[in-house]
Ligand binder design. Structure first.
Ligand SMILES: [Ca+2]
Length: 535
């Protein structure tokens, strides 16, 4: 008996030792491999700390990250987020080129290129993609942030024109088509071919008649968009005048950086849109509303036509079939044009590591996993375990699950996907992750109805790598120039400024120094970029 008790005691002491050791081991482990990361997140998005994708990352890497949150409003109120105590990194930092460089050269954020030994995935990307490497460099040649790369070939073309087919059908049926417009019911399918003049005449009917038969002719919105928004803006309506327009009014044509506002056709477009506004075809709401207002107002099929990427988010389920895609509007010579946006598929300031981080290599080895297809997919769409993808792969590819019951695919994704640092390229779509069906639909629509009409020689301005002086100069000129253009543009269309040639010339004259300086710096940086990537 005594022996047994001694045995138990020995075992207990031994066990206590093991447990004690284990506690100490995991304790020291966690002090080395536990990090706190601040992320910018709205309350509607789920807690990252309980998301399965982050649990999977913790299991695989042995690195434990505790996520802390700022809403975007809180975050933007903080003028020095890098100074926040007790954090090792900032996710969704959104730092501009100038901010990255400023923090980087003062040693407050980490030069990530010095830790590539701990980052096999990121190293591979930099060696395979010189354009991405070039895009990420700061003026001193260092890389101070981790990027988001999502390549679908979509972002350069953020506007598709949709028209209310049911209303056009009603015009046909009731003999109310405008003079000179010849359409039959058979024409009313995706790819409707209209000149800008025909489109304008149809919008006039939408404005004048009671299209929805509710007894009022005042509640129809002939054409809607979200002015200067990144998608669904008025740029391609202006492009129809033969202008490579985008919301920055700045693009590259045949290797030359230009401002569209200097083109006579741009001024002609502004003058014509002022007329559309006077006639009630476009309304003041298009210049004041935000995305959410625009989407809410479109649900019941009140828009005669609108610009957006896809119609499903704009319309309630029962109204979607009422709308079809219109080809880019023909000008008087029968030509069609669309511009290319400067929305980039490589976004720079997604994540920065603070100098105060105690084990930079370990934290960067954790973030390096984000670039792997299976993690990138889950970060971008939601965790496999929460149902963002089907449980079985097909031909080695993750298959998105589009069915979330009563919840829309958009809603599900907004709540379940942290976004941020991802690497999703054509190779990934080909081999590892099936593109969402709505993304495939967008790609197909753009290929068929938009891209073939790109203004000749127009290309997106890539992520340019500026010198310190250039960054400071751009910072001085760019935002005031953008404000001046926007207020003149909106003022002319909405009737607060008379869109005379003199007024336009005066806009160019008063902003001449800014225009020339911005163009000169952009061109120099673009020329260096082309030389660096060997294009
Ligand atoms: Ca009505």
């Amino acid at each position: 008996m005594k022996k047994v008790i001694v045995g138990i005691l020995v075992a207990a002491v031994w066990l206590a030792g093991v447990i004690g050791y284990a506690v100490v081991a995991s304790g020291s482990n966690s002090s080395a491999h536990q990090f706190t990361v601040l992320t910018v997140k709205e309350d509607s998005v789920k807690d990252y700390n309980t998301m399965p994708v982050f649990q999977q990352l913790a299991d695989e890497t042995g690195i434990d990250v505790e996520w802390k949150y700022n809403t975007s409003a809180q975050y933007s109120n903080n003028t020095d987020p890098v100074g926040i105590k007790g954090i090792d990194a900032i996710y969704h930092s959104g730092f501009s080129n100038l901010k990255l460089y400023d923090y980087g050269r003062r040693g407050r954020i980490v030069a990530i290129d010095e830790y590539l030994d701990s980052m096999p995935n990121f190293s591979k990307i930099l060696s395979e993609r010189p354009d991405i490497k070039e895009a990420l460099k700061s003026p001193d040649g260092h890389i101070y942030s981790l990027p988001r790369v999502e390549e679908m070939g979509l972002k350069a073309y953020p506007n598709i024109l949709y028209i209310n087919k049911a209303w056009v059908k009603k015009l046909i049926d009731e003999g109310n088509l405008p003079d000179g417009v010849n359409l039959s019911a058979d024409d009313l399918k995706d790819g409707l071919d209209l000149s800008r003049e025909e489109f304008k005449a149809i919008l006039q009917k939408f404005n004048d008649l009671d299209m929805d038969d509710d007894g009022s002719t005042t509640n129809e919105v002939p054409l809607s968009f979200v002015s200067s928004n990144w998608q669904g803006n008025e740029s391609d309506l202006i492009a129809s005048f033969g202008v490579p327009e985008n919301r920055d009014h700045k693009t590259i044509v045949d290797g030359k950086v230009i401002f569209t506002i200097e083109m006579e056709n741009w001024f002609n477009a502004v003058r014509e849109l002022a007329d559309w506004y006077q006639r009630g075809l476009i309304r003041s709401a298009s210049f004041t509303q935000q995305e959410n207002d625009f989407l809410a107002r479109g649900q019941d099929g009140r828009y005669g036509a609108f610009y957006w990427w896809e119609k499903d988010t704009v319309l309630s389920a029962e109204k979607r079939d009422d709308y079809i895609i219109v080809l880019p509007l023909k000008d008087n010579d029968g030509n069609r044009y669309v511009g290319v946006s400067n929305e980039l598929e490589v976004e720079k300031g997604e994540c920065v590591i603070l100098d105060s981080c105690s084990d930079k290599a370990a934290l960067l080895s954790y973030f390096d996993k984000f670039f792997e297809p299976e993690y990138s997919a889950q970060l971008n769409y939601g965790s496999i375990k929460s149902g963002a993808f089907l449980s079985e792969k097909v031909d080695g590819k993750l298959i998105p699950n589009d069915d979330h019951g009563v919840q829309s695919a958009d809603d599900f994704r907004m709540k379940n996907a942290p976004y941020g640092v991802v690497y999703l390229t054509q190779e990934v779509w080909d081999t590892s992750v099936e593109m969402e069906s709505r993304a495939k639909l967008r790609v197909g629509n753009l290929e068929s109805y938009v891209k073939p009409y790109t203004y000749k020689g127009a290309t997106t301005i890539p992520n340019l790598n500026y010198t310190q002086d250039e960054l400071i100069t751009l910072n001085t000129y760019e935002s005031s120039l953008a404000k001046n253009i926007a207020s003149w543009f909106t003022g002319c269309i909405t009737g607060n400024i008379v869109p005379s040639t003199e007024s336009w010339q005066n806009l160019l004259k008063t902003n001449r120094a800014s225009i020339d300086t911005v163009l000169r710096i952009n061109q120099a940086a673009y020329d260096r970029y082309i030389a660096a990537i060997g294009a």
